[in-house]
Ligand binder design. Structure first.
Ligand SMILES: C[S@@+](CC[C@H](N)C(=O)[O-])C[C@H]1O[C@@H](n2cnc3c(N)ncnc32)[C@H](O)[C@@H]1O
Length: 127
């Protein structure tokens, strides 16, 4: 992945913010692991942001229709994801879901948008 980005002009030695938003669930686990390997290669001071489906959501029979229709392929149990990140030298600083979006982002600015209850956001730091 780094090679492809370097080929497109990215400076692999520069601190980098990686945002993978609403994609991980559509990829096979092996592809997500390649992304994590790229995360491991990031220089210190970089940040890695991933939105993901918790396994409890992906495997909930009430969501089976969506799982088939959207072809969900990868989901994580939050503590296991933190462990995988740690194994890649990435330290999870936040892992939040809908209640936190409402409380931390929407309430302070007086907004009451509907948010997707199923997806979480993880933010990790590369030391
Ligand atoms: C909900 S959108 C998220 C868009 C993203 N936040 C962005 O800014 O481009 C889901 C994205 O996943 C991509 N996607 C779905 N399956 C994929 C796959 N197997 N390989 C690569 N990308 C895939 C789709 O093309 C789409 O752009």
């Amino acid at each position: 992945m780094g090679d492809a980005l370097a080929g497109a002009g990215a400076d692999l030695g520069a601190r980098t913010l990686v945002i993978c938003e609403a994609v991980s669930m559509y990829l096979p686990p092996v592809a997500v692991d390649e992304l994590f390997a790229y995360g491991e290669s990031l220089p210190p001071g970089s940040k890695f942001v991933l939105t993901y489906l918790p396994r409890a959501v992906a495997e909930d029979p009430r969501h089976a229709k969506w799982a088939r229709r959207l072809r969900w392929q990868t989901a994580f149990h939050p503590p296991e994801l933190a462990g995988q990140m740690a194994g890649r030298g990435l330290s999870v600083r936040a892992d939040v879901g809908a209640p936190e979006y409402r409380e931390q982002l929407l309430r302070p600015i007086g907004r009451t948008l509907r948010v997707f209850e199923g997806e979480r956001i993880m933010v990790a730091d590369k030391a």
